[in-house]
Design a protein around this ligand. Structure first.
Ligand code: URA
Length: 235
């Protein structure tokens, strides 16, 4: 593998910053200053130092769950609001991560974060219908026929196709667990709007078979376990 690619894969440097770092004499390969980004690196045997520090080979993709707090946005840049990635500043190469789908700024709960584009596509693709369960608090007491209307599919404003059947579990007249099998824009809020209600708070408890770790406080995150990662692989 070329040295500049090796550096961009395994350090925060982009390919062009890697070239600059090489020119500035900041990169050593096996004890000598590297002269060019085109030098070939043997991953198993060569030792690369960046500013005197050994560059470890990044062997795989990264997978996290976060307890998303209120008020932060699921985006890689936003001039105005705090980003979920601002809460992950200690993670190396944090700018390579993306969220798996999005939660609204005011929504809390389980957020999956990765740098594996295939894995996240697997989860968000409309083909797969991974279920998502939201604890939802409402402004008004829920109407009696809400369960059957969710199960039958709800027509959302400005959309032709009704939602897929969704399961509603009533905790009280103003608190429910809603399980949906797709991820349309503001879907939960729009479903309750179609039922004449308004969501006052929304918290995602699970995606697929993976539940939010109760040990995580809002704003905290942890790496997913191998079982959690594999829960989204196709059967
Ligand atoms: N549905 C919504 O309306 N908002 C979310 O954040 C997630 C699902």
């Amino acid at each position: 593998m070329r040295l500049d690619k090796f550096l961009s894969d395994n350090t925060p440097l982009t390919r062009s910053l890697a070239t600059k770092a090489i020119k500035a004499g900041r990169i050593q390969v096996n004890g000598s200053k590297a002269k060019s980004g085109s030098v070939k690196i043997q991953l198993e045997t060569d030792q690369v130092l960046f500013d005197g520090q050994l560059v470890a080979v990044n062997i795989g993709c990264r997978y996290f769950m976060m307890h998303k707090p209120q008020g932060v946005v699921c985006a890689n840049s936003d001039g105005e609001h705090q980003l979920v990635f601002d809460l992950m500043r200690d993670v190396i190469n944090v700018e390579r991560l993306h969220t798996v789908g999005r939660l609204d700024k005011d929504t809390t709960g389980l957020l999956l974060i990765t740098d594996d584009g295939q894995w996240s596509h697997q989860i968000t693709s409309p083909k797969h219908h991974f279920e998502k369960t939201y604890r939802t608090w409402l402004a008004e007491p829920l109407i009696a026929e809400a369960e059957s209307r969710c199960e039958a599919g709800i027509e959302l404003k400005d959309e032709l196709k009704p939602t897929l059947p969704a399961q509603l579990k009533r905790i009280s007249d103003v608190e429910v667990l809603l399980t949906i099998h797709e991820g349309r824009y503001h879907q939960v809020k729009r479903m309750f709007a179609a039922l004449g209600n308004r969501v006052t708070a929304l918290h995602r408890e699970s995606v697929g078979g993976v539940a939010l770790d109760e040990q995580l406080k809002p704003g905290e995150f942890r790496a997913l376990t191998p079982e959690e990662i594999l829960a989204f692989k196709p059967a």
